[in-house]
Design a protein around this ligand. Structure first.
Ligand code: GLU
Length: 262
């Protein structure tokens, strides 16, 4: 059989998707990873959010209300093993193995730590083990304050020389206007690049109900990835076979081509 060219993707799952999808969706995702590897020669580095949101759902003993930053950090420490339980269970049913890697922006900007990080991931991928990454929220707060791991996943994609960044979210993709206000808003299937103008129009206030991301941080991540020659796909995480459909280049969600100029 002809040997396929190895392809590498970074796939990021947002807090809303992880929490509302639960074990069934996690299992569907992990099964798709198996198919991606077998049928498309794609290896995946998985970035997940959902630690804080998972813990929030389990800590009914805490008084309701807005959480402080340190409370969110503490919640992340409660929720991270819960999120890994979800993935480990899903991986078990597919006969695959996962590995938890928690990291911070500092880890990626420090040359030695970045290279240690990359070596660990390369080794895991060589062993066919799926790296499952999240920000180490107990010691860093960049993504809690703003981002839901969108920007972190773009940086990881660049360090690991990924071909695509797939952002699994709870909306269909990017619309030409706000679909909550305009019922005739249309989904943008393909975008040449994310311009600073588009970013400014999107506005940084758009967060989701569980994570801190929203469309702005996704487009910002897509721009960052595009400048490094990485294509970004914004897709609804619970569409059936979404990842294998992306591998087939089907028209699904919003495909953001590679940015060369501003
Ligand atoms: N790393 C955070 C988590 O896993 C990000 C979520 C957020 O944006 O609040 O919960």
């Amino acid at each position: 059989m002809k040997k396929r060219r190895r392809r590498r993707w970074v796939v990021k799952a947002g807090s809303n998707m992880v929490c509302s999808g639960g074990p069934l969706l996690a299992r569907a995702w992990m099964q798709q990873l198996g198919a991606l590897k077998r049928e498309h020669g794609v290896e995946v580095i998985w970035v997940t959010s959902g630690a804080i949101a998972s813990a929030t759902e389990r800590t009914h003993f805490l008084p309701k209300g807005k959480r402080t930053l340190s409370e969110k950090q503490a919640l992340s420490a409660i929720g991270q093993p819960l999120v890994m339980d979800l993935y480990n269970l899903a991986l078990q049913t597919t006969g695959m193995l996962g590995a938890q890697v928690l990291l911070t922006y500092d880890d990626l900007s420090n040359r030695e730590r970045r290279s240690n990080f990359a070596n660990t991931l390369e080794q895991l991928l060589k062993w066919d083990v799926t790296p499952i990454l999240n920000e180490n929220d107990a010691v860093a707060t960049e993504e809690i304050k703003f981002g839901d791991n969108d920007s972190l996943s773009a940086k990881i994609a660049a360090v690991m020389k990924a071909e695509r960044l797939i952002i699994l979210t709870d909306v269909e993709g990017l619309y030409d206007s706000d679909p909550r206000r305009n019922p005739s808003a249309e989904l943008v299937h393909s975008l040449a690049r994310v311009t600073p103008k588009l970013l400014a129009q999107t506005g940084s206030h758009s967060g989701s109900s569980r994570g801190t991301g929203g469309m702005y941080s996704k487009l910002k991540a897509a721009r960052e990835a595009g400048l490094k020659g990485i294509e970004t796909w914004l897709v609804k995480g619970d569409l059936p076979h979404v990842l294998t459909r992306v591998a087939d280049d089907e028209i699904v969600g919003t495909r953001i081509r590679v940015t060369r100029a501003r």
